[in-house]
Write a protein that binds this ligand. Structure first.
Ligand code: ADP
Length: 351
């Protein structure tokens, strides 16, 4: 008769199994749905299907098997994989956010490259084209939309026991973790909380009917991106980088991450590409040339936009209104508008 391993020990062992390619374990990522003991001393483990890639799920299954049988001594392990239900509305076999036509993620390999500034100005530029646009600040480690849109002390209004209305600014519907925090409060989120927060923000926000939801992802290639891909089909991703080598390298990782979660890469936005001398009008490429071109070529994509360094971009951000809103005729705003047109043109027609 096989020894009955306590269910707590099974959970503990599962807490040491990493999701393939990640440093986070499958418990923290919420991939383990259920663990049920069987009368014969074995266990049924129910996993959420976190990816459509069979090889990843197989690797995950093998790791779970190994951890429970070989390492823990469970006699029999029966794995069941539960597809993530498309409770958000089904379309072409992938979960869609009901009422939202296109979901576009803005990513970067590291912080400080201007990702949130691009996301904010892209959202405003799309809204200026007459589209209905939402902006989800999923950068829960360092949410900045509350500052960038100057929402001050305003808090999202409740629209029912579970639901919140986004806050509207500059024609864009905003939802951000920053609405629930003091400006400077550090956010230390663990895996499951990250998942919970994003899931909640996506589903419980009363976005209404909208053409675009722009998602400002946290920098890097961690849990939040994975969660998003589990929750909603991304129609496209933009990777923001600066021309410096190290940033471009990090951006390459962000591009691979998007690909891993089946998000088509729309292209690269090279931010802080050059500085235009206010006196002589000459371009000064202070961070070097063509890093983004090289990366785009390596990733099989293109450069969607090159945004120069303009002190006005930074000043508007600090004042709490994006430059596309305050100075729509500024050359920087024109670049964002061109980016918005390109993004719209790249969306699938059946969206
Ligand atoms: P990230 O989201 O990548 O961390 P942010 O969007 O917060 O970066 O930008 C970092 C800082 O750089 C902000 O102060 C922002 O105003 C400034 N900034 C971003 N893009 C530009 C630009 N093209 N020219 C001048 N300042 C910029």
């Amino acid at each position: 008769m096989a020894r009955q391993v306590p269910v707590e020990a099974v959970f503990e062992a599962l807490g040491h199994v990493k999701y393939p390619g990640f440093t986070t374990d499958i418990l923290a990522l919420g991939i383990v749905e259920e663990v049920k003991p069987r009368p014969d001393g074995g266990f049924i483990v129910v996993l959420r299907q976190a990816t459509e890639r069979d090889d990843v799920m197989q690797r995950l299954a093998a790791n779970v098997h190994q951890a429970l049988t070989a390492d823990l001594g469970v006699s029999e392990v029966e794995l069941q994989v539960r597809r993530v239900e498309a409770e958000l509305g089904e379309k072409t076999g992938r979960a869609r956010l009901a009422g939202t036509k296109y979901v576009v993620a803005v990513a970067s390999g590291k912080g400080g490259v201007g990702k949130s500034t691009v996301a904010a100005n892209l959202a405003v530029a799309l809204a200026q084209m007459g589209l209905k646009v939402g902006l989800l600040d999923a950068d829960i480690y360092g949410p900045s939309m509350a500052l960038m849109f100057g929402t001050g002390d305003e808090r999202p209004k409740a629209g029912g026991p579970q639901n919140l209305y986004p806050i509207e600014r500059c024609g864009v519907n905003l939802m951000s973790m920053g609405f629930f925090l003091d400006d400077r409060a550090p956010v230390i989120w663990r895996g499951p909380m990250v998942m919970g927060a994003i899931r909640q923000f996506l589903k419980d926000t009363l976005w209404g009917t909208q053409d675009f939801l722009i998602v400002d992802l946290p920098p890097g290639t961690g849990d939040a991106q994975l969660t998003l891909a589990q929750q909603v089909a991304l129609d496209g991703g933009i990777v923001v980088t600066t021309p410096q080598d190290v940033s471009v390298l990090d951006a390459g990782r962000a591009a691979k991450m998007l690909r891993q979660v089946h998000c088509p890469i729309l292209g690269i936005v090279e931010n802080m590409s050059y500085f235009v001398c206010p006196d002589c009008g000459e371009r000064d490429e202070i961070f070097g040339r063509s890093g983004a071109d090289r990366m785009a070529a390596e990733e099989g994509t293109g450069v969607l936009a090159r945004i120069p360094i303009y002190p006005e971009i930074c000043e508007s951000g600090d004042k709490g209104l994006p430059i596309t809103f305050t100075q729509p005729r500024h050359p920087a705003s024109q670049v964002y508008a061109e980016l918005a047109r390109k993004v719209l043109a790249m969306m699938p027609e059946d969206g």
